[in-house]
Design a protein around this ligand. Structure first.
Ligand code: GCW
Length: 686
């Protein structure tokens, strides 16, 4: 029996005991010996590979229990043929006519996901009779990226320290790592990068033979739960670790170093996932140093991994972070598309380009990155940020699924959505096909990746309600057409119980929270306006005269960045025709992105009928009020919640309500002072 099956059994036993209070009897020994499969022992939970339990299932569904008439009986044969085509991660949950439940996986991972699926059903109060579920993940890559450092800190982490690293050592808290693996597999994640994409000296050494034992111990536990471990690597490792004089990807000694190093990594770590690379970005080394392009760099690493089945996840977050703020022609938003579109089709089969959802950097409102839709002959993964760097740092409630859904559903006007693109679907117009790259037949490796929001805090995410983002990311990576609300309700039931008043209250809080957060922070898609470095709290000009390419250009007349083709930076022209035309003019650009695409005067009228300045005032006042309303909602269910949960979350919501006022007052005062235009409703502005 493999590790996946053992984990599935263990999880079921634990869950049944925890949820139903009874210890299930394990009949697997009898089943193997050929007794006990006649239904004599009564209804059972039958767990296994679809092929292995086929006979038991067919018997149960078609007569052994003396029930020919039920719907299950007739359906049995065809459904089993369905199961015959199951991939490793696919699963079915079926009720047999004798009251048994069958958890059938195409492979070991499928069995594990079936077990977690069944547990989810029990936890959410689902009916376990008449089950006919078949599940297949939408994407082969469902990945979590940790920005964890060897010293135990987490870059942009808001939930304590690193789960993996402690004072330079990896894998000292194996119990917690095991729980992490369970948590992660239970939401369908199958890939985890354990260290930060900013790879410092200490993490560069993770590839050294003497450090691989630690990495392997962690990988072993993750593998029991169907998760492949990835390492973020330093492109200059051949120099820093290997003692070579260059890291030029076309240098044969460099390629040989990576090949040898990778051989050893893969020998020590069976099923090693591969490398994540941040190159030529924010002071990280990369191929540009040697006059090479990013295909040269990625392909060299991909060749080292190919014999072992590994993947290179190459990030497209490449831009000039030493821009002159006086230069209004250079536009950071254009950078990823400018760098990577010319390379479409040049990457090897086991390279996946990881692309942030927006062209800038995980702001609360950005348009969708045009690169996601532009690349047609390259494997891609959409990168989301579960950790709330720019969305309240897990002190503010901000349920991110409504935003992620907008990204996944965006199609630029030609019907091919980002969700399709991340799955390699419909590569060419009119052609319904799956496959990536120059070769139609190659297997798709892309999908969804996200930066983790978990850490050593006891509740994993600091703000308890931020668990919904973690949970929701996994669920969307499994099925991007699930709704934000349905996923939110699932999480509430699993985390806070089945009280309908709690569910109704909390789902409203979750569903409203992103809009609330947006309405007191940066307006109309303009972005930033945060304190430099730590990125928490309002600072309208915090990044205005910085080298980071993040400007709003507010003056006494107006605000916003002209990114039109006609008079601006040309960024709008990177979209498919329909979207390009829509973003090109202030008249056709959606209100919520107006200042991202255009520089307009404060008295311009929005589609909502309000002027820009009045919109800014109104939404800041409403936003702060609605943030306070979140606290009131939470208080209304105080006596329906465990005291500790109530208090813990209340503290964060109170802080949010207070800080929302700070946002409101700083932004309103700033724009009143710039524009000299008073609030039409005469409210207090400082
Ligand atoms: O959003 C920025 C963050 C950095 C991060 C970088 C990236 C890991 O402020 O902390 O570095 O993005 O995505 O590489």
């Amino acid at each position: 029996e493999g590790a996946g099956l053992a984990s599935a059994r263990l999880e079921l036993r634990r869950a049944i005991k925890g949820l139903l209070g009874c210890e299930p009897v394990d009949l697997s020994a009898e089943a193997e010996a050929g007794v006990g499969d006649e239904g004599a022992a009564g209804p059972a939970i039958v767990v296994g590979l679809a092929d292995a339990v086929r006979d038991i299932w067919v018997k149960s569904a078609s007569g052994a229990a003396g029930m020919h008439a039920g719907a299950g009986a007739g359906a049995g044969a065809t459904e089993m043929s369905d199961i015959g085509t199951f991939g490793d991660e696919d699963y079915a949950i079926r009720s047999g006519n004798d009251g048994s439940v069958y958890l059938l996986g195409g492979g070991e991972k499928g069995v594990l996901y079936a077990a977690f699926g069944f547990i989810r059903l029990l936890q959410t109060g689902g009916d376990i009779r008449g089950l006919q579920t078949v599940e297949r993940p939408a994407y082969p890559l469902r990945m979590i990226d940790h920005w964890d450092n060897a010293d135990g800190s987490v870059e942009r982490g808001y939930a304590g320290g690193s789960l993996f690293f402690n004072d330079g050592r990896l894998g000292e808290r194996m119990d917690r790592i095991r729980d992490y693996a369970r948590l992660t597999a239970s939401i369908g994640i199958n890939a985890v990068a354990v260290n930060n994409v900013n790879v410092h000296a200490e993490e560069t050494r993770l590839l050294a033979p003497e450090r691989l034992a630690d990495v392997a111990r962690v990988a072993d536990v993750l593998r029991e739960y169907g998760i492949a471990l990835y390492l973020s690597v330093n492109f200059a490792a051949p120099i820093e670790l290997g003692g070579l004089v260059t890291a030029d990807p076309l240098d044969t000694a460099v390629a040989a170093w990576w090949r040898d190093t990778t051989d050893e990594v893969c020998r020590r770590i069976p099923g090693f996932g591969g490398y994540v690379v941040k190159a030529d970005s924010e002071h990280r080394p990369g191929p540009f140093t040697y006059g090479r392009d990013h295909a040269d760099g990625a392909n060299m690493l991909a060749d080292a991994l190919a014999p072992h089945g590994g993947t290179v996840i190459w990030r497209c977050f490449v831009y000039d972070c030493k821009q002159d703020w006086r230069d209004r022609r250079t536009d950071r938003a254009c950078a990823a598309h400018d760098h990577f579109m010319p390379l479409d089709g040049a990457f090897h089969d086991n390279v996946v380009l990881q692309i942030k959802h927006g062209p800038m950097d995980f702001q609360v409102r950005e348009p969708v990155s045009p690169l996601l839709l532009g690349l047609r002959r390259t494997q891609i993964a959409l990168e989301l940020q579960v950790t709330q760097e720019y969305t309240g740092q897990q002190r503010h409630l901000c349920y991110l699924l409504p935003m992620w859904k907008e990204v996944l559903d965006f199609d630029g006007g030609d019907g091919r959505t980002v969700a399709d693109a991340a799955g390699g679907l419909k590569r060419e117009a009119g052609l319904e096909a799956r496959g990536g790259g120059a070769d139609e037949r190659r297997e798709w490796r892309g999908g969804l990746a996200a930066v983790a929001n978990v850490g050593t805090d006891l509740n994993w995410t600091g703000h308890l309600l931020a668990q919904a983002n973690w949970y929701g990311f996994g669920r969307l990576a499994w099925n991007p057409s699930a709704s934000a609300e349905a996923i939110g309700r699932e999480w509430i039931r699993m985390a806070l119980g089945l009280d309908p008043t709690v569910e109704e209250t909390v789902i409203r809080m979750l569903m409203d929270s992103h809009a609330i957060y947006e309405s007191y922070t940066a307006p109309l898609g303009v972005g930033w306006m945060v304190n430099p470095n730590h990125h928490y709290g309002p600072n309208v000009d915090g990044y205005e005269y910085s080298p980071w390419g993040t400007y709003h250009y507010a003056d006494r007349y107006g605000i916003g960045v002209d990114r039109s083709v006609a008079t601006g930076t040309g960024y709008a022209g990177q979209y498919p025709a329909f979207a390009a035309a829509m973003y090109e003019t202030p008249q056709t650009c959606p209100d919520e992105l107006l200042l991202f695409f255009h520089h307009v005067s404060y008295d311009m009228r929005l589609k909502s009928g309000k002027t820009v300045i009045q919109h800014i005032y109104d939404t800041r006042f409403e936003g702060a009020e609605r943030a306070a309303g979140l606290l009131t909602s939470w208080d209304s269910i105080a006596d329906r919640l465990p005291a500790r949960v109530y208090v813990e979350v209340r503290e964060r919501l109170a802080c949010q309500a207070e800080h929302a006022q700070e946002w409101r007052d700083q932004l309103n005062s700033y724009f009143y002072r710039k524009s000299g235009i008073p609030d039409a409703r005469g409210r207090t502005i400082y």
